[in-house]
Design a protein around this ligand. Sequence first.
Ligand SMILES: O=c1ccn([C@@H]2O[C@H](COP(=O)(O)O)[C@@H](O)[C@H]2O)c(=O)[nH]1
Length: 232
Amino acid sequence: MNPIFVAIDTPDVHRAAALARDLRGLAGGVKLGLEFFCANGEDGVLRIAEGQLPVFLDLKFHDIPNTVGKAVAAIAHLQPAVLTVHAAGGREMMAAAKAAAPPQTKVVGVTVLTSLDQSDLAATGITGAPDEQVRRLTDLAREAGIDGIVCSGAEVAAAKKAWPDGFFVVPGVRPAGADVGDQKRVATPREALNDGASILVIGRPITDAANPAGAMREIAASLNAEEARYIA
Ligand SMILES: O=c1ccn([C@@H]2O[C@H](COP(=O)(O)O)[C@@H](O)[C@H]2O)c(=O)[nH]1
């Protein structure tokens, strides 16, 4: 499986479709998030799915179990390859999401957003380092019966050790020297894959580039042959 999913964060369905077209054959899939879904809804998702790349729906559901289960049931016909919930929503909520998702959809729990560091966590009342909270939520996600988690490159090695057959999504990925923007816990593509990421989520370093396909090829060139084998 090509491990690079490109985050297409735009409300503009035409721009999103053009990016998905440019990246066909280069990316493993596209990730559509809240910005795109709020603007375009399921029609927008179906339009991007016509581009024939697997679609990762990053809707980060976080509510009571009944509400999350019904929300997942409402989008199940879109058959996303990957779907996110917040692991902090708890065991029952994650289990409800998994029960309502299509069998082939990987349901993953967001642990600690990659835009947060230890002081941001402390401000929410969570003491300790991000890796401790990631570890706690990884155990909870596994117990809930979902497929894996979302964490940063700094935590993925420990998470994989604790859950060898888990599915690990790593955002906050930046080629060496790239602008990190609002991301605080970042890793390079190579570091994240070496440490056990199942897929990488990369957005602005590709989508904001003058030549997104060229940016993808540069990222592929930074990987070793084994990691880059699926990227044209
Ligand atoms: O912890 C998380 C969870 C999700 N994301 C999402 O990934 C992309 C990253 O985009 P970049 O432009 O590469 O920063 C974005 O859609 C986030 O919503 C995350 O960054 N961190």
